[in-house]
Design a protein around this ligand. Structure first.
Ligand SMILES: C[S@@+](CC[C@H](N)C(=O)[O-])C[C@H]1O[C@@H](n2cnc3c(N)ncnc32)[C@H](O)[C@@H]1O
Length: 231
């Protein structure tokens, strides 16, 4: 279990975002692609609370997490709704879907040699997040961390013609993974360059629903920038 992502507060927040921003608004014909399903519990918990009836295609590279997710999916009889592949979405033939959803790896560090290398988000922490905004999905729900160059993510979204449709924010205490000295020191260096926004003990995690631009849509990106840079 030690090598499977474990942070109930963060996973519950992701599950809550999935439920309110995605599953409750989906129609029967919609499908969802999920990057980095972990042990599957966030999606399973929100599936159990909603009447979502279509299929979710999850991708999880960590084999232990993938196995655990599949046993939970069987336990709850959700195999017809939630299928997880032990592979990387970027290297696969991408399934078509209305939504792409992820709580992506977002830890910044000089290199991936950290407690859990699969949580490495690139040198500024935003690389995987920003790459997910380049895959062309119409609606993208992402958790965005205030210490992982959030401004670059909002810029990438604009370049790719997304607007911020909805967001919610959770203040989180630095946890086991983000308090690793190598990671924390790196975050401090990013903070000095205005690429990370946090206090000594806290950062913000935002659940953001990006949508491909529509005329007359209200774009909340300025509000999101204000919140994410306020620590
Ligand atoms: C922050 S964790 C989120 C896990 C789960 N969604 C949750 O919220 O509890 C990120 C997950 O992405 C997985 N991951 C990292 N890189 C990946 C990749 N290229 N393809 C698929 N999964 C990946 C990690 O193994 C990890 O389980």
């Amino acid at each position: 279990m030690k090598d499977i992502f474990f942070c109930p507060e963060e996973s519950n927040f992701y599950s809550n975002c999935l439920e309110t921003f995605v599953l409750k608004n989906c129609s029967h014909s919609d499908s969802i692609v999920e990057f980095g399903s972990g042990d599957g519990s966030p999606m399973i918990n929100s599936l159990l609370k909603t009447k979502f009836d279509a299929v979710i295609h999850g991708f999880e590279l960590n084999t232990s997490a993938w196995k655990l997710a599949n046993s939970k999916i069987d336990e709850y009889n959700l195999a017809h709704k939630y299928k997880i592949y032990n592979s990387c979405l970027f290297n696969s033939s991408k399934p078509q879907a209305e939504y792409l959803v992820a709580n992506p790896p977002y830890l910044p560090a000089s290199d991936p040699d950290i407690y859990m290398p699969l949580l490495f988000g690139g040198v500024d922490g935003a690389t995987v997040t920003n790459n997910l905004l380049s895959l062309g999905y119409k609606n993208v729900l992402l958790l965005v961390s205030s210490f992982s160059n959030p401004i670059s993510t909002i810029k990438r979204a604009e370049e790719k013609n997304y607007f911020v449709q909805k967001f919610m924010v959770l203040p989180l205490r630095f946890g086991y993974y983000s308090s690793e000295p190598k990671v924390k020191k790196h975050i401090e260096s990013l903070r000095k360059k205005k690429m990370a926004f946090c206090s000594t003990n806290y950062y913000f995690l935002a659940g953001v629903l990006f949508k491909k631009c529509q005329e007359s849509a209200i774009n909340l990106s300025n509000e999101l920038v204000k919140v994410m840079t306020s620590l």
